[in-house]
Design a protein around this ligand. Structure first.
Ligand SMILES: [Zn+2]
Length: 388
């Protein structure tokens, strides 16, 4: 039995072939206006159709947005922490139906479309807790219009074709086929070092299976590239996990860096994928020092009705005194005895900056990263607008 979807039922709205063809015709004849959206918005639109954002049926309206910001809940009281919005350059003249495209490819139909404006400052304060433009989420927000479309979304197609992409129905079917009753999800934007592996395996000792769920999509220059993350996880799973205990599936998503609020949002997405538990690490979805390191764990106390259990972990490190890999919840020794695992050290080593990656990574993972032509997002290809 996989977990119930958020709000009770998976909301799935995918246009049948003939409806999609009709939308294509209407667009070609100029009967329906087309809104071409950037990747980050396209992902959200697709997730509204596939049910990753169940029970939402479309981008939030102003009442929904105000409720989410003020209470961390939808107007009916259901937990919801990150507003799903569809920014548009200008208010829409009355047009009931809008086609949404990405890169010229038709993505979805928005019915009952209507626009409204909402002040950037109120949105930034509510979502990020700051108006500081040094925060990448605030910077991105300030660069976009303050006008939003709402309505009901039905999707035509996924705007991407990742080999390991699993939408909620597919993930739920895969979990059910494995017979797992308790499944812990781990979200990541990094190639796994040994500290990540220990977090995952500590969780795995409590549940039937793990959903390892790398986030693909826009990243900052210097981040691990999507292909490198996937190759690294494939190597780790092949060599270090018991067969049949891990499902590897990717998800397209643009990080908000909203810290605690985003940690709850990530948990809701995994609930909709059928998971019963969600792993929350130190400074989950944080950036810089905008959020206290464990705020993303503490916020779950406000959501006893969330319907997915957080598994909260401290950082794992090697402790010289304990003589083992451990974490600050169980090891009493001071930081001077600790040898932390570091993605930064791995990056330095792989870019020829010296040091030793072997202390941080499994050799097979290192080899997998070495086999990827471009393991990092190049500076000129830094494709996440507004994040330097
Ligand atoms: Zn110790």
């Amino acid at each position: 039995m996989v977990a119930e979807a958020h709000g009770g039922r998976l909301r799935r709205a995918v246009l049948a072939a003939e409806e999609a063809a009709r939308l294509e015709r209407e667009v070609a004849e100029g009967l329906v206006p087309v809104l071409d959206v950037p990747a980050s918005v396209a992902y959200d639109v697709a997730h509204l159709g596939t049910g990753l954002y169940s029970p939402l049926t479309g981008p939030l309206d102003e009442a929904g947005l105000a409720a989410v910001l003020a209470t961390g809940r939808l107007p009916d009281g259901l937990p919801w922490t990150v507003p799903i919005l569809l920014p548009v350059a200008e208010r829409l003249a009355a047009s009931d139906r809008v086609a949404i495209a990405h890169g010229g490819r038709l993505l979805a139909r928005l019915d009952g479309a209507r626009s409204y404006t909402f002040p950037h400052a109120e949105l930034a304060r509510g979502l990020y807790g700051t108006l500081d433009p040094a925060h990448p989420g605030v910077r991105r927000l300030l660069a976009q219009p303050d006008t939003y479309l709402t309505g009901t979304v039905a999707v035509v197609a996924r705007p991407w074709s990742d080999p390991l992409d699993l939408d909620p129905s597919e993930t739920r079917a895969a979990l059910a086929a494995r017979g797992w009753r308790k499944v812990a999800a781990f979200q990541t934007r990094n190639a796994p070092h040994i500290g990540h592996e220990y977090v995952q395996k500590t969780a795995l000792s409590l549940v039937d299976g793990l959903l390892l769920n790398p986030v693909l999509g826009p990243k900052k220059a210097g981040d691990f590239a999507d292909a490198a993350i996937v190759a690294a996880y494939e190597a780790l799973i092949r060599h270090y996990y018991p067969p049949g205990t891990v499902l590897l599936g990717t998800v397209r998503y643009a990080m908000r860096y909203a810290g605690p609020r985003e940690a709850v949002h990530h948990a809701i997405m995994r609930k909709n994928l059928g998971c019963t538990h969600f792993i929350v690490g130190r400074d989950h979805a944080g950036v810089g020092d905008f959020y206290p390191p464990y705020a993303a764990q503490a916020i779950f106390a406000d959501y006893p009705d969330l319907g997915i259990e957080p598994l909260c972990f401290g950082e794992f490190y090697h402790c010289r005194r304990c003589g083992t890999i451990t974490n600050e919840r169980v090891c009493p020794h001071p930081p001077t005895d600790r040898e932390p695992f570091s993605g930064t050290a791995v990056r330095r080593f792989l870019t020829g900056g010296g040091g030793d990656a072997a202390a941080h990574l499994r050799p097979e993972v290192l080899a997998a990263l070495g086999s990827v032509a471009e393991p990092f997002v190049a500076p000129e290809a830094g494709n996440e607008p507004g994040t330097a």
